[in-house]
Design a protein around this ligand. Structure first.
Ligand code: MOS
Length: 718
């Protein structure tokens, strides 16, 4: 029986579309009080006084918390977490929209009304929110983030036949998942239970243990359903602390959720980045030097960092590379990883610059990439565990029809529209984390799996049981998976596109432990097989597990699979790769860009659920088209305030914006990456797209847009 590799529908789909799935603030509907956050009007300074009298007297209001009456918390936090913003901990204001009070009432409406009556007074300082005006102030990278040059960039530049050196800017973008962030917290005999919108229940558990200075065992975090996150729920955000403290102080469950507008300052965002990319090549197009500078914004209270410059060092073979990543303090909240963090940002610059270089050299952009193909990792010399990028280029180019492209800008027309074709490379690490999973084999040949991973949308609820079903030779319907609960064995946060590689490997381990345990019950030695509820071993009569359990009066056999990345991985570079081709249709009179066609080919190891894999890559493309054409959170620099903080002003693609997306997978057999042979794909699919769109827009119009998003004002022609 083969289950892996077959199109499989989401097992939780029905629960989600019928409203049966319960999200973070759907819990404790009766007993809960409801909180509403009051936010600062200033971006930098101090709260000098805060008048809560009217709010406290408003109907239904139970308590108004401010920094003046907020309890002192233990905050026994280590490392980066020690620097996280602490809500209501002092009167200092470090960004506009910072919580300055929490109003708790019997209903949401009462809490919100009460919140409108809170009157803070401030001592305000001029906010520093304009990054580009202050680029020169960015201090050199800290030792932790400084990277040594490879080779000699000056020599590489001197030896070049031609070069490009351009600046690229990405604005602040927000994740805006459908489910706004929220938590329901309740205490019972010193033990805390929180339903949270989270990508990692153990992270929130351990964080809150530090906040309260209590044993992590006394905290249970649950996130059985998460309505999208895209990185915005990787770190414990401040509302969880607010909800948990309020529930403790008021001795009643408290629910707290952000409004859509509060999402602008409540969980981070893709940081504002300025980049300068210099590429030099010989007349044949061989890269002789890469210099990549990037400056990103960071809050006053911690250094925010992403892996912003590694692709410039590793994607193409080039002997001379220098990268320089700096952060600059702005009076804005801390950014957060967002959909292919670091990678999609730097690849916009690298893959746009490569296109610019291709035009200067008069070499086809795809051919230029092939001439600089990295056969081994240019940084370490290590081999790739697998890298079918060449095959991706070939397959996607063929399906797209790239060979018939006339490179001349404005050479392709359709009536008044200009047509453009662009391409870019995508890449993402094939990561794996330590993970554990509990497997309960029951006397009726059904299996319950439990692990503390979450499923924020990619299909983890479905693919993990598929792995178990395949390993056990049981129909998928007999396997049930419970996740998103810190009472279950440890699994990593859902992020980095590593869940299937990590938790899937734990499933395989668990099945091995199960066979050992069952063989032990029978005192069998040697190789045991288990398929469709039947145990077999050489020289033994086959045994039905269900009968065995019934005979021994056992309801179930419980085992735990523990997995971690293999030592073998260390000898290789492990990445997924892809080729991403885009067609745009530009209306030059209106400056409007439509992406009419996207063809992707991805090499991401073995594909376990093709239906979900296709969906992952489509979602990645849609997110990337948002980045390329629409998404931007503007800041009112007078007040240091995030504008465009609701979905009428923060534009994301809708169905009408999405035309043809053709996703393809190139087979890779990779036994090194992990025993399942899988690589992450969720983020990969978007990495090259914003650059591919900008490259296609150049091909269509002759205009190079180096500042996202590519909005009509940047293209409109008189
Ligand atoms: Mo993703 S940005 O790794 O949640």
């Amino acid at each position: 029986m083969h289950i892996l590799g077959k199109d499989t529908k989401r097992v939780e789909g029905r629960a989600k579309v019928t409203g049966k799935a319960q999200y973070a603030v759907d819990h404790f509907p009766e007993a809960a009080l409801v909180g509403f956050i009051v936010q600062s009007d200033i971006a930098r300074g101090k709260v000098t006084a805060i008048d809560i009298r009217a709010a406290a007297a408003a109907p239904g209001v139970v308590r108004v918390f401010t920094h003046e009456n907020w309890p002192k918390l233990a905050y026994k936090l280590k490392g980066g977490e020690a620097k996280y913003f602490r809500p209501l901990d002092s009167n200092e204001v470090i960004y506009s929209g910072q919580p300055v009070a929490l109003v708790v009432a019997s209903s949401f409406e009462q809490a919100r009304h009460g919140a409108s009556l809170v009157r803070p007074s401030y001592d305000a300082l001029e906010p520093r929110t304009k990054l580009e005006a202050r680029l020169r102030e960015a201090p050199p990278p800290s030792e932790k983030h400084a990277k040594k040059d490879r080779g000699d960039v000056a020599a590489g530049l001197a030896a070049a036949a031609t070069s490009v050196s351009e600046e690229y800017v990405l604005p602040i973008e927000h994740h805006h998942p459908m489910e706004t962030h929220g938590a329901t917290a309740s205490w019972n005999n010193g033990k805390l239970t929180v339903y949270d919108k989270s990508q990692g229940v153990y992270s929130v558990r351990d964080f809150l243990a530090g906040v309260f200075g209590i044993d992590a065992k006394d905290i249970n975090i649950r996130a059985p359903y998460v309505g999208g996150a895209f990185g915005s729920s990787l770190r414990p955000n401040y509302y969880v602390t607010l909800a948990a403290v309020a529930a403790r102080e008021l001795k009643q469950p408290v629910k707290l959720a952000y409004t859509r507008r509060q999402m602008a300052t409540g969980h981070g965002y893709r940081p504002y980045t300025w980049q300068k990319m210099t590429l030099a090549a010989d007349a044949q197009g061989k890269l002789t030097a890469i210099r990549h500078e990037l400056i990103g914004n960071s809050p006053p209270n911690e250094e925010y960092w992403e892996d912003f410059v590694n692709q410039s060092r590793t994607l193409y073979a080039c002997p001379n590379v220098s990268t320089d990543f700096r952060t600059l303090v702005t009076d804005l909240p801390v950014p957060a990883p967002m959909r292919a963090p670091g990678a999609v940002t730097q690849m916009f610059a690298l893959e746009s610059a490569l296109d610019e270089l291709a035009y200067k050299l008069k070499i086809d952009p795809l051919e230029l990439r092939l001439r600089n193909y990295a056969e081994t990792d240019p940084e370490t010399g290590k081999p790739f565990s697998s890298k079918a990028l060449r095959e991706c280029y070939a397959e996607a180019a063929k399906k797209f029809g790239w060979a018939s492209r006339n490179p001349e800008p404005r050479s392709m027309r359709q009536g008044r529209y200009l047509i453009g074709w662009g391409m870019a490379t995508g890449t993402w690490g094939a990561m794996q984390q330590a993970a554990s999973l509990r497997l309960r084999y029951r006397a009726d040949d059904t299996v319950l799996l439990q692990a503390a991973t979450t499923d924020i949308g990619p299909g983890t609820y479905t693919v993990i049981p598929m792995v178990a079903a395949e390993a056990l030779g049981l129909p998928l319907e007999r396997i049930h998976f419970e996740l998103g609960d810190s009472r279950f064995p440890h699994a990593p946060q859902q992020g980095g596109s590593w869940t299937t590689a990590s938790v899937g490997t734990a499933v395989q381990e668990a099945v091995e432990r199960l066979k050992e345990q069952l063989a032990g019950l029978l005192k069998w030695k040697g190789e045991v097989t288990l398929q469709n509820g039947v145990l077999r071993a050489p020289g033994q009569k086959e045994v039905h597990v269900a009968q065995l359990l019934q005979q021994r009066k056992l309801k179930e056999v419980v085992v735990q699979g523990d997995s971690k990345p293999s030592a073998e991985r260390q000898k290789y570079v492990l990445s997924s790769h892809g080729a991403q081709f885009v067609e745009v249709k530009v209306d030059p009179m209106l400056g409007l860009v439509r992406v009419t066609r996207v063809v992707e080919a991805a090499a991401t190891g073995r594909i376990l659920n093709p239906k979900a894999a296709h969906s992952q890559e489509m979602g990645a493309v849609v997110g990337a088209l948002g980045m390329a054409l629409m998404e931007e959170t503007e800041i009112d620099h007078r007040y240091g305030r995030m504008l465009s903080s609701d979905l009428s002003y923060y534009h994301v693609p809708v169905n009408a914006d999405i035309l043809s997306i053709d996703t393809n997978f190139v087979d890779e057999e990779d036994k090194i990456v992990n025993p399942l042979g899988v690589k992450g794909m969720g983020e990969l699919g978007m990495v090259g797209i914003p650059a591919a769109v900008a490259n296609a827009v150049f091909h269509a119009t002759g205009k190079r847009i180096r500042r996202l998003p590519i909005t009509p004002d940047k293209l409109v022609e008189a």
